[in-house]
Design a protein around this ligand. Structure first.
Ligand code: NAD
Ligand code: GLY
Length: 358
């Protein structure tokens, strides 16, 4: 087992990464305080891993809340089901919410934990690659609104993250690829060596080689922990972790959160953002080309549905990075270097949107 630490000042917690952790009583006893837990999971993950988790929870009082599966259920209505389960089980402030699943479960359960009785403990038990490399760490929680992605939520750090790498064995290939998109993101904005490593070892990752998966999960969590430690609430540098997301979120919202997985939309968004960076003269043409090749090799899409540049811009204007009406965008400035810009030639953005969205 590998252990990393996240330290955001007011909160400090461990990320445990390794095989066999969900049924490991000692690991769970360290991560989970108290006698009462609500396990929040989804209808796909429950039959696969709920029993395994129960076996590691010992004599605790365990209530369960099984949510419908999928991004389109990341809604206020689904959040209400978690509150109903918390109240139904008569759980008090000493309860711990356990988020067992992918990023959707983690974000919904996390927001429920942030707000139930003004905050109960949260432990993230991520079971997708995307959740293990990104969403379970850093404390962003929330749900979507039909008008935009993740518009309702809170920053709320978990007290522990336990990533059982065995769970990745049952992950559909498409979901594995979606998680790879977020790993490539870290390579683009922070760690050029990770990008090189992905180019050299992609086949091992796609074949789910245990060492390769552990390497990318641990490295991604290290990067995320370092960025979040500097800027928990995204006042500055954390925004670079949203590389590709402003375009990606627009793609998700425009298609009713159904056409593309989050990681797929991020893959397309990263390529658009890289091309935009090139059009602004910040990077040379080789960089988006190289990114496109890697995304394609990973089996990720690189073109969005053509729902129109005007619609894309309208949705981008609801992005959480918009300040004083300006759509701020994460751009690449070199290998492993990114920044956020608010002032740029609008005609370059218009031309980029027209190229990709029609
Ligand atoms: P997801 O939660 O929808 O999970 C993907 C699918 O895999 C689901 O069908 C799920 O039931 C299934 N699944 C989960 N674990 C499995 C397993 N081990 N075996 C088989 N099937 C399994 O999606 P995701 O890609 O994990 O997360 C995407 C979400 O995360 C988006 O809503 C995105 O906005 C959010 N996100 C949040 C943050 C953050 O910082 N909070 C960061 C990145 C993404
Ligand atoms: N996924 C981007 C962030 O957590 O900031």
């Amino acid at each position: 087992m590998k252990t990393l630490e996240v330290d955001v000042g007011h909160s400090r917690y461990q990320i445990a990464i390794g095989p066999g952790l969900l049924g490991n009583r000692a690991v769970l006893d360290t991560a989970i305080p108290g006698r009462s837990v609500l396990v929040v999971t989804d209808a796909t993950v429950a039959p696969l891993y709920l029993e395994r988790l129960r076996s590691g929870l010992g004599g605790r009082r365990v209530a369960e809340c099984v949510l419908p599966d999928g991004e389109r259920h990341k809604t206020l209505q689904t959040l209400g089901r978690v509150f109903d389960a918390l109240v139904g089980a008569r759980l008090n402030r000493d309860a711990t919410v356990l988020a067992l699943g992918g990023g959707v479960v983690g974000d919904v359960a996390g927001f429920a934990a942030a707000s139930y009785q003004r905050g109960v403990a949260l432990v993230q038990l991520p079971t997708t690659l995307l959740a293990q490399v990104d969403s379970s760490v850093g404390g962003k929680t929330g749900v979507n609104h039909p008008g935009g992605k993740n518009l309702i939520g809170a920053f709320y750090q978990p007290i522990a993250v336990v990533a059982d790498t065995d769970t990745l064995a049952t992950l559909p290939d498409r979901e594995l690829r979606a998680g790879i998109a977020e790993v490539i993101k870290y390579g683009c904005v922070w760690d050029p060596e990770l990008f090189d490593w992905m180019e050299g070892n992609l086949e091992a990752v796609l074949a789910r080689n245990a060492d390769a998966l552990t390497h990318i999960i641990a490295r991604s969590c290290e990067i995320k922990a370092a960025v979040v430690a500097k800027d928990e609430r995204e006042g500055g540098i954390r925004a670079i972790l949203n590389f590709g997301h402003t375009f990606g979120h627009a793609i998700e919202a425009a298609t009713g959160y159904e056409a593309h997985l989050h990681g797929e939309a991020v893959a397309i968004g990263m390529l658009i953002a890289a091309d935009f960076s090139h059009r602004l003269g910040l990077i040379d043409a080789a960089a988006p080309d190289r990114l496109q090749r890697l995304l394609r090799r990973a089996g990720l899409p690189t073109r969005p549905p053509r729902f129109g540049a005007a619609k894309a811009l309208e949705l981008m204007q609801m992005d959480k990075k918009v300040l004083a009406g300006a759509v701020r965008l994460v751009v690449l400035e070199g290998p492993g270097r990114a920044g956020v810009i608010a002032h740029y030639d609008k005609s370059v953005l218009d031309a980029t949107l027209a190229e990709y969205f029609g």
